[in-house]
Design a protein around this ligand. Structure first.
Ligand code: DC
Length: 225
């Protein structure tokens, strides 16, 4: 193997499967860079919402994607995301942005506009790439491909606990419905639908702790806890 090439580990899966936390843990453990590809789709959605662009207009949204002025400022375990110089780290996590991101992520022109930008994250010593199509489309030659999943109910329950802890009143039934809607849209789009790569290792975390999942991930990449 050519040791001058960065190692790429892809982590795909549906919303709420713990990919964000676990990708961050794996990046800290390995010392590799981290690509949060969902943040890119969220940034395009936020930029479109801010500029009043019609989200149904694929070409205009794709133009925003190809000219996105974004900086990921990494400091230790913390990443600050700047959109045209403004800190949008929290703003891109709002529910309205989640829904808009899911809509614009279905556009082939938007996905094409973001493809090269994502590949540029693969630099030495390596990359942990978190998303939906990292192993299938963006990094098909990745050394290790992981697919993290969990039942919709388990994912909704985790999200419920996070939101309640933040003081956001939410209904469990509406969270489950939102997750199912987003899964449906992410899995059924024509381009790069959410699905495990043929050579992916699937980890179902429905009844596992985060530590148990992390141990499985380390075993998959050939390390021991
Ligand atoms: O992982 P996330 O919730 O931050 O992703 C936001 C949206 O972007 C979600 O609807 C799925 C979509 N997405 C995608 O289509 N492809 C990716 N590689 C990452 C995210």
């Amino acid at each position: 193997m050519d040791t001058d090439l960065p190692v790429v580990i892809t982590i795909d899966g549906p919303s709420g499967a713990g990919k964000g936390t676990l990708s961050q843990m794996l990046a800290s453990y390995t010392g590799y860079h981290l690509l949060d590809s969902g943040a890119l789709y969220r940034l395009v959605a936020l930029a479109a919402l801010n500029s009043g662009v019609d989200l149904n207009n694929e070409q205009l949204v794709a133009q925003i994607a190809s000219t996105l002025d974004v900086v990921f400022k990494v400091s230790g375990n913390k990443t600050t995301i700047l959109l045209v110089g403004r800190d949008v780290t929290s703003a891109i996590r709002q529910e309205s942005v989640s829904m808009a991101a899911s809509q614009i992520a279905a556009y082939p022109a938007v996905r094409a506009a973001l493809l090269e930008r994502q590949r540029e994250f693969a630099v030495l010593p390596g990359l942990i790439a978190d998303g939906r199509d990292m192993g299938t489309t963006v990094f098909p030659a990745a050394q290790t491909k992981l697919f993290l999943t969990a039942s919709a109910e388990a994912r909704a329950e985790r999200r419920y606990k996070q939101l309640i802890a933040k003081g956001d009143p939410v209904e469990m039934t509406s969270l489950i419905k939102d997750i199912q809607e987003r899964d449906e849209r992410d899995s059924n789009r024509a381009v790069s639908p959410l699905r495990p790569a043929e050579d992916a290792i699937v980890i179902d975390s429905t009844s596992m702790t985060i530590e148990q999942v992390f141990a499985k991930m380390l075993a998959a990449i050939g390390h021991r806890t």
